[in-house]
Design a protein around this ligand. Sequence first.
Ligand SMILES: O=C(CO)[C@H](O)[C@H](O)COP(=O)(O)O
Length: 262
Amino acid sequence: MPGELSPIDKAKFVAAKRAVDYVEDGMRVGLGTGSTAAWMVRCLGELVRDDGLKIKGVPTSTRTAALARDVGIEVISLDEAKWLDLTIDGADEFDGDLNLIKGGGGALLQEKIVATASDQMIVIADVGKEVETLGAFPLPVEVIPFGWQTTRALVEEMLISMDVLGRDVTLRMNGDRPFITDEGNHILDLHLNRIGNPRQLAMVLNQVPGVVENGLFIDICDIVIVGYGDGRVETRDINQGTIEQDRLDFVENDNLFTDLAD
Ligand SMILES: O=C(CO)[C@H](O)[C@H](O)COP(=O)(O)O
């Protein structure tokens, strides 16, 4: 029942629901990873099942691939799609320039490849993800397992040379083992507090041997759809600023809501 959903889940849901309005018949759509993206995949699945929407989805993780197939979306690989019309994904933080931190769910590598191979990237987020300056959320950096401790030391050295404030770098764990990404890599989380120059940091991090990719998405996102716990949604466009403010109603007998609450 919708009443059982937390305000954050409602905020994620309304952002997802508004985002699928951008999806048209015949599109190849990048499907993001995380709890907000999962709402979007379920919303798309409903459109496929009930309205006959015809799309091909390129998932950004094994989790999302399984969910997409489950809800009836045709799944293809990025190599099959070659180029995408649109990617819809969540984020851990977004700032006023629509730059992002992503990778809280550990899927940043596929997410960045898929978003970059898309005509448009739409981010869906609850309002709590909005920040003035990126960096309160630990920045995920994907590294290959070989020599990861050396890679970490090099990253720490680089942070010192760049005068970055917080320099605590931790290996992401899954219980008592290192977290393993879909690509078989590890994640270092950089606890930086505040990232003064995200563009520069994103470039420098990728120069460190052993680093595969970092979670800073600079100039990739075109639109952020912000959801609020009371059903309000706000659409922010990189070129035009806020282009729409609306409110979605929660319907008691909406099957999708019931599904998602399960
Ligand atoms: O980048 C991601 C996964 O790698 C997610 O989009 C990000 O962590 C947000 O997740 P959620 O929607 O669950 O808050």
